[in-house]
Design a protein around this ligand. Structure first.
Ligand code: FES
Length: 443
């Protein structure tokens, strides 16, 4: 028998919620998480892992799917696999949470199947790591693969397929890159970086000046392109370096025995990165489209017409490809089509309605501000000393996601799902605005 005195594990940190392991056996993990007032666990989900949360002390609010619930000591919440959930401690109360779930990472061959390994819990978006460049390899023409590890090869924060990290480069630029390696690996992050003609300095620096042994500040993984585990099969459409998040998703499909089809569109075979890696992932079929061999760009229509019931589509690539896929998929259930943009598509940004002023109210402090037509909610918050973590500032990375308690959002982002847009209880404050005169934000 093992027994524990839970109060011995309670510890707070004003900078970040404190997470302490209590028990880790092959079939169960239990941890305590301690939140200072207002600290939170961002919304996330685990594709195959049920979870139980028990509140030991304090008050807060949890979100499970589209429901919100005030919690207090002795509240117990069951969170089924695949359902998004998050938690925020009340503004005037610390909170201590005990959670119990099956292990996120297979610990040994005795675990039944890699596919039953659940995705790990989300990490704190503000957490900054100092990672070392441990390997740089040419993958294809103008594409390199970069491996990052923690000093001493210590364990890295877990990530989900589709997640990205924000890398702070020595030239002052911050760039976010998808993680392409197996989500069960905890000792490294593998990125793919393409040098594009329109590079604004990030990719050029990485290609020309990054060297093994350099240390880079890297923000912990975030996932703006999560895989829906309820799909019965998957169609992946990758253009160029858009293959990187898809690689991690294919590994999840293989591990979980979900059938997949991949169309990988590149300008020429010399530019097709990660082909060797793709050849090692089973359980699906790869169609390589080379513009120069097939005399033209990839046409998604034949792939998207007559798609099987229950198939979800994931697309990541350059703007023209994304626009073609969006048009070809217009007849399909929008909840089954998922996009990750490299940048906000300028034609769609230009088509948004004219910006109008509105008021925001911050639920926890009661402060309110006017957002004029020429400023974003994020800018107004920053001007008034309410900083939020933000990377892209153009609605493509989901970092600045903020809960909405009241009011109607005018969504202008490119990463929330259509269901999330319809639910209206969250928004990306770097770009989205209000349809109503007032929004009450959950901060
Ligand atoms: S900062 Fe990237 S979505 Fe807002």
């Amino acid at each position: 028998m093992l027994s524990f005195v839970l109060r011995d594990f309670i510890e707070y940190d004003p900078a970040l919620r404190v997470r302490k392991p209590i028990l880790k056996v092959p079939t169960l993990i239990s941890e305590i998480v301690c939140y200072e007032p207002g600290q939170s666990t961002a919304s996330h989900y685990h594709p195959v892992q049920d979870e139980i949360w028990v509140v030991l002390e304090g008050k807060g609010e949890i979100s499970v799917g589209e429901e919100r619930l005030a919690v207090e000591p002795t509240s117990m919440i069951f969170i089924p696999a695949g359902v998004r959930h998050g938690l925020t401690a009340s503004a005037n109360s610390r909170l201590v949470l005990l959670f119990i779930k099956s292990p996120g990472i297979p610990e040994a061959a005795s675990l039944p199947l890699a596919g039953t390994a659940a995705l790990p819990a989300a990490t704190s978006p503000g957490q900054k790591l100092q990672l070392q460049v441990t390997d740089i390899q040419a993958e294809a023409r103008d594409v390199i693969r970069i491996e990052l590890r923690a000093p001493g090869n210590t364990e890295l924060p877990a990530f989900e397929p589709g997640a990205h990290v924000a890398v702070e480069l020595p030239n002052g630029l911050i760039r976010h890159y998808s993680l392409s390696n197996d989500w069960r690996e905890r000792d490294r992050y593998v990125l793919g970086v393409a040098r594009a003609p329109q590079s604004k300095g990030g990719a050029i620096f990485i290609h020309q000046a990054l060297r093994c042994g350099m240390t880079l500040p890297v923000r912990a993984p975030r996932n703006g392109f999560p895989l829906d585990p309820s799909a019965t099969q998957y169609l992946f459409l990758a253009g160029g370096i858009g293959i990187t998040p898809i690689l991690a998703m294919l590994r999840w499909c293989e591990a979980n025995k979900r059938p997949w089809r991949l169309v990988y569109a590149v300008r020429s075979a010399q530019r097709a990165a990660f082909l060797e890696t793709l050849g090692t992932i089973g359980g699906g079929s790869l169609h390589l489209h080379c513009d120069d061999r097939q005399s033209g760009v990839f046409d998604p229509v034949p792939w998207l017409s007559g798609a099987p019931q229950g198939e979800h589509v994931y697309c990541c690539g350059p703007a023209p490809m994304m626009a073609a896929v969006k048009a070809a998929a217009s007849h399909r259930d929008p909840g089954t089509i998922h996009f990750e943009y490299f940048n906000a598509p300028s034609e769609e940004v230009a088509a948004f309605p004219e910006k109008k002023p509105f008021t925001i109210e911050l639920r926890r402090s009661g402060r309110s501000f006017t957002v004029p037509a020429d400023k974003s909610v994020l800018e107004i918050l920053e001007q008034n000393g309410v900083p939020l973590v933000s990377y892209c500032r153009e609605g493509t990375c989901r970092t600045c996601e903020t809960g909405v308690c009241e009011g109607t959002v005018e969504h202008r982002d490119f990463c929330l799902t259509s269901q999330e847009h319809a639910a209206g209880n969250t928004m990306l404050v770097c770009v989205s605005r209000a349809k109503s005169e007032r929004l009450v934000l959950d901060i």
